[in-house]
Design a protein around this ligand. Sequence first.
Ligand SMILES: C[S@@+](CC[C@H](N)C(=O)[O-])C[C@H]1O[C@@H](n2cnc3c(N)ncnc32)[C@H](O)[C@@H]1O
Length: 251
Amino acid sequence: MAFKMNSPAGKAILARARNGDYAHPGEEEAILAAVEGLPRGSIRRLLDVGCGRGGTADWFRRQGWGEVTGIDIDALSIRYASQRYPEVRFQQQDICSLAAGQFNGFDLIYLFTALYAFPDQAEALRRMRNAARSGGFLLLVDYTRPAGSPPPPELGPEIGNPIERETLAGTLSAAGWALQAETDWSRRFVGWYEDLLMRFERERDWIVGTHGPDWYAYVTGWYGALRQALDEGRLGGTVVRAVAEDRIGAA
Ligand SMILES: C[S@@+](CC[C@H](N)C(=O)[O-])C[C@H]1O[C@@H](n2cnc3c(N)ncnc32)[C@H](O)[C@@H]1O
């Protein structure tokens, strides 16, 4: 069996341990901290890219932010999210093949630990710029890595392509986004993953009973390695806010 945290089983285990349909560190605490300072009055239409099982999209809806659309490449997660949160619109969609005009005019596009998982981040950022109105916001919570160093090899392909903070402003600008603020959340990520590891321990019987002992060994091993890489500075965390410029980035 192939173990992957971004698989439906991986996301289901995370949702159980996190007590909500979240596959990002810090759950609701992270969402609350990430939206701090956003001009809420100018935001009515929101796009959640890489929405997973839909918990974050439904959080924004419940908190009265406006009309939320969630997209994800994973059909099973979208099916689950559509059934669980019928008041949010969900659609299976690879962000890198979002057609021009398919989605447009969004006031806020947000991604909670999703950009790192996209194979072509520059393309994804361009497509998202196309989906935003000029002056609309991009909010990213994601993993980072020190410039020029590969992601920690022990995490395998699952860790994808964490952001290089040093080149982020240029990457955003090439896609038509102006960086407004970036805050290092590395120490917060360490604390949130320590907490998650304790939650796995508490849910051990359920994880083993529902998914089997190999899944338990996999999640505790992978997240243990992730926590250590964060602690040693070989990986970090960040929250980023950018604004859609009038121009759209060239392909
Ligand atoms: C770590 S999960 C985060 C899920 C969600 N944002 C949350 O916080 O619960 C990353 C998500 O990105 C999705 N994803 C990966 N590649 C994608 C792509 N090319 N287009 C859209 N979604 C993608 C995965 O299926 C997965 O649900």
